[in-house]
Design a protein around this ligand. Structure first.
Ligand code: PLP
Ligand code: SF4
Length: 332
């Protein structure tokens, strides 16, 4: 298949040779083939623009390598670690910030996982373990249950947080058995769902989400601000309202990372700020995610929402939902 025929130059084969490509039946079924700007297709269909890596883009855009503690652990903040459980995903998002490493079928071996658990057991400051990948929901219920129990047995680990796209892109994998496998006595489990467009939240996805929450597990969301997918006020508001309607508390809206070949997805920070300001003025507080950017080099996430309080020479100004700034005297 070579859609951009006739023209010499980079082809989709070159993209596929460079980056992992996959889409699930659930997502393929959502694409409207008549719409050249379909927001689902844009997220999963390879594009020759991915070969245009810009000089300021980086293979490791959020500086994970600078904080690697064991081969599958990133320890950036004292109280929590990231544990990359697998390198595979059911889909490969064209904007993925780990696009240089996902898709390689190198499973995390039992020995590497045991190393990671030893590291976590040895550091009593680690309060939370964040499971990521790839997509950690790709493991079997048996492996998920085993890992949950190992973590629950560590006294100082109180929270286990799974970051996943599976309930949306491959909802049939989120069985009641899998949801049960995420729970154990001695630890509290959270699941953070990655979804970027309200259409991703299909009836099947909603059933998968309900299985998790009905098992007693609270859910949060994370979305990436993507040009042509969700960078308009109406889509963003609808996405956040849909999360809340499904009992998912919006958590993060990520500004696009500087992953190689993803500049066609990025908006400016000014555009993102205008969008979250509009969302703030229009929708319930339940619908407000934190708009954040990961600082390149591994210095953590920085909040990007424009401030609603300003200090001036003669006191404070507060911004109202009508956009007007009003004076506030801070009583001493
Ligand atoms: C984003 C991130 C976390 C989680 O941060 P929260 O703000 O707690 O969601 C933890 N470790 C690393 C390395 C991260 O990049
Ligand atoms: S599901 Fe997450 S890790 Fe996997 S390709 Fe998409 S953004 Fe990357």
């Amino acid at each position: 298949m070579r859609p951009q025929t006739a023209k010499a130059g980079p082809s989709l084969e070159d993209v596929a040779a460079r980056y992992a490509v996959a889409i699930t039946p659930a997502m393929a079924a959502l694409i409207d083939p008549g719409d050249p700007n379909d927001p689902i297709a844009a997220q999963f269909t390879p594009d020759v623009r991915e070969l245009d890596a810009l000089p300021h883009e980086r293979a490791d855009p959020i500086g994970d390598d600078a904080h690697a503690a064991a081969s599958c652990l990133v320890h950036r903040y004292p109280d929590r670690v990231l544990l990359k459980l697998v390198n595979v995903c059911p889909v490969y998002c064209r904007f993925c910030f780990r696009r240089e490493t996902v898709g390689q079928p190198t499973a995390v071996s039992a020995a590497v996982l045991e190393d990671a658990l030893r590291y976590i057991r040895a550091d009593a400051n680690i309060w939370e373990v964040i499971l990521t990948g790839g997509d950690p929901f790709m493991v079997s219920p048996r492996r998920a249950a085993h890992l949950t129990q190992e973590l629950a047995a560590i006294d100082h680990v109180k929270i286990v947080r799974w970051h996943t796209r599976v309930p949306v892109v491959a909802p049939e994998r989120t069985t009641a058995e899998f949801a049960q496998a995420l729970r154990a006595e001695g630890v509290t489990t959270y699941v953070v769902l990655h979804a970027n467009h309200p259409r991703e939240l299909t009836p099947h996805a909603r059933t998968a989400i309900a299985r998790i929450i009905d098992a007693g597990i609270p859910m949060l969301s994370q979305s990436v601000l993507l040009r042509g997918v969700n960078d308009d006020a109406e889509t963003l508001e609808s996405l956040m309202r849909t999360f809340v309607e499904l009992r998912i508390k919006p958590y993060y809206l990520h500004h696009g990372d500087l992953a190689p070949g993803t500049s066609h997805f990025r908006t400016t920070i000014e555009r993102g700020q205008a969008l979250v300001q509009t969302l703030h003025d229009a929708a319930s507080g339940l619908c407000q995610p934190h708009y954040v950017i990961d600082s390149p080099g591994g210095h953590g996430k920085a909040p990007l929402a424009p401030p609603s309080a300003r200090r001036t020479q003669d006191g404070w100004l507060l911004r109202g939902r009508d956009g007007a700034w009003r004076r506030y005297e801070d009583p001493q």
